[in-house]
Design a protein around this ligand. Structure first.
Ligand SMILES: [Zn+2]
Ligand SMILES: [Zn+2]
Length: 152
């Protein structure tokens, strides 16, 4: 897949899916990087609009990935500060970690991404994570473009 740059540090979720966004319809979805990079995968169809986009890693995604990485770092630093605070308490030294720094996450986008549901595509024996609404209305196999209806 030369079209999709999977090498940038996109955050994987617990199931190993990576977040993508269709540049045509703007919908978010998730695929497994190992599937996207597979030799038999030549093109990726957007599971939401069923079209073949040139790019599934948009500026939004990169920005989001950067924010998520940054927030993870902020959290780690804050936890460390808290530890130090606990350790030196009672030694007559005053040290306060203070308030947790403001996180930069775009809450509605994150909430939407977290709510993505797994859809199995039997045709290609692969899975994607898509919006529950898209799943309900019918989605497209990202690996061959076949339409799937939930209630078929
Ligand atoms: Zn699309
Ligand atoms: Zn398929």
């Amino acid at each position: 897949m030369s079209d999709i740059q999977m090498d940038i540090a996109l955050p994987n979720d617990n199931d190993g899916f990576v977040l993508l966004q269709c540049s045509l319809c703007g919908e978010f979805f998730k695929l497994r990087p190992s599937d996207v990079k597979a030799d038999d995968v030549i093109q990726i169809w957007c599971p939401c609009c069923g079209l073949k986009s040139n790019s599934y890693v948009t500026d939004d995604i990169i920005e989001l990935a950067e924010k998520m990485t940054k927030n993870i770092t902020i959290d780690k630093v804050f936890e460390e500060m808290k530890k130090i605070e606990r350790q030196i308490k009672g030694n007559g030294v005053s040290f306060k970690a203070g308030k947790r720094p403001q996180e930069e996450l775009e809450a509605p986008i994150i909430a939407g991404i977290e709510a993505l549901e797994t859809q199995k595509y039997k045709c290609c024996k692969r899975e994607a994570k898509i919006k529950p609404l898209v799943k309900m209305c019918g989605s497209y196999c990202p690996y061959c473009g076949v339409r799937y209806d939930e209630y078929k």
